[in-house]
Design a binder for this molecule. Structure first.
Ligand code: NAD
Ligand code: DAU
Length: 332
């Protein structure tokens, strides 16, 4: 492999992957990104032009995707509509991008004989009770809750079918909640950090007891690279770093790290159908492919993330007012 097509490479996790690939491998990268509200050219700033090229376009545009195939050796597919709250307000782009877009890439991979790695989410497995001793594994039945997670589940099933029916060389990974630099301010952690920078109290949905399993975006990137290079075709690998925390704990830590009283947050309307808890068992990835996360200290990762938002206001400021206006309309 020498050139990767990274779809959604101007988004949060995709751009972190592109930076990771440039710093840690010899691969060149073509980013295919529609630059929706969630995509940002500036997320690719500082990368060498000789190794990274941005193509602005839609993954559901079959002719465009086809035209890029001769130039690439493998596809790493991050592009998606990614935010649960948006999927509750308007599911339509979720179906188009997550399902039809993935279908379009699979067909291109099939026609051109290209390797494809599909990025997915732990949300396809639904949620767990707070006291359930089990965590999600590759054998957990699919049970998605939201329009977002159901379209991601649909895209995973398409990938599995294209492997079995057409011999497409694909792998899938399902990762837990990522944090780190360049995440859109609509998401939980950046929303609270940027609220505090603006002197606004953090907003907790409901009682704040929902649990997410946090992983640093760089650990997600190293796992994806490992699967791309060493994963068995047709297999699914779960990615997680044993980072379970409830939302209240995370908000209290952000407040403390930003010099505020840990209880100075507000409760706002809960998300309809809000998944209670996600938790990943990543034994397969660790034992079969030898992967291990490097960011074991959430507090220090969060401190760096807070510093990034403080230092990069020009990156997030243009998104902030519109995002908060949207939340205000649903009492969140
Ligand atoms: P994001 O919303 O930050 O970025 C998505 C990117 O995809 C944006 O750059 C956007 O412009 C682009 N895009 C959207 N529709 C497109 C289209 N039709 N054609 C081309 N580009 C398009 O999302 P993210 O949080 O970085 O998530 C990336 C991937 O990782 C998604 O597939 C998501 O399901 C998955 N994932 C996310 C998390 C998480 O915690 N954020 C965890 C597990 C898996
Ligand atoms: O688990 C992986 C998933 O993680 C990814 O597939 C999704 O793309 C990604 O967006 C994320 O989904 P969540 O719904 O878990 O993330 P979000 O950042 O929206 O919310 C995290 C938790 O925080 C969730 O329990 C809702 C809560 N929340 C969110 C916001 C924006 C709040 O309490 N207050 C808020 O203001």
């Amino acid at each position: 492999m020498s050139t990767l097509l990274v779809t959604g490479g101007a988004g949060f996790i995709g751009s972190n992957f592109v930076h990771y690939v440039v710093a840690n491998t010899d691969y060149d990268v073509i980013v295919l990104d529609k630059l929706t509200y969630a995509g940002n050219r500036a997320s690719l700033d500082g990368l060498p032009e000789a190794r990274v090229r941005l193509v602005e376009g839609d993954i559901a545009d079959a002719a465009l995707v086809d035209s890029l195939m001769p130039e690439v050796d493998a596809i790493v597919h991050y592009a998606a509509e990614s935010h649960n709250d948006n999927s509750l307000n308007d599911p339509s782009p979720f179906v188009t991008t997550n399902v039809i877009g993935t279908f379009t890439l699979l067909e291109a991979a099939r026609r051109h004989g290209k390797r494809i790695h599909h990025i997915s989410t732990d949300e396809v497995y639904g949620d767990l009770e707070l006291d359930d001793p089990n965590r999600f594994t590759e054998h957990t039945p699919y049970n998605p809750s939201s329009p977002y997670s159901s379209t991601k589940a649909g895209s995973d099933l398409l990938v599995r079918a294209w492997v079995r029916s057409f011999g497409v060389e694909a792998t899938i990974s399902n990762c837990s909640n990522n944090y780190g630099p360049r995440q859109h301010v609509e998401k939980f952690i950046p929303r609270q950090i940027t609220n505090l920078i603006d002197g606004v109290h953090p907003k907790l949905y409901g009682a704040g007891l929902n649990v997410r399993d946090w992983i640093h975006a760089d650990d997600h990137s190293s796992a994806v690279l490992t699967i791309l290079e060493k994963g068995r075709i047709g297999e699914t690998y779960l990615i997680g770093a044993d980072g379970e925390k409830n939302n209240k704990e995370v908000v209290e830590l952000i407040l403390t790290l930003m010099g505020e009283a840990p209880d100075s947050y507000e409760h706002v309307n809960d998300r309809p159908g809000h998944d209670l808890r996600y938790a990943i068992d990543s034994t397969k990835l660790r034992e079969e492919l030898g992967w291990a996360p490097r960011f074991s200290d959430f507090e220090s990762g969060l401190k760096d993330t807070i510093a990034w938002y403080r230092e990069n206001e020009a990156w997030w400021r243009p998104q902030k007012a519109e995002t908060e206006a949207k939340y205000a309309r649903s009492g969140q």
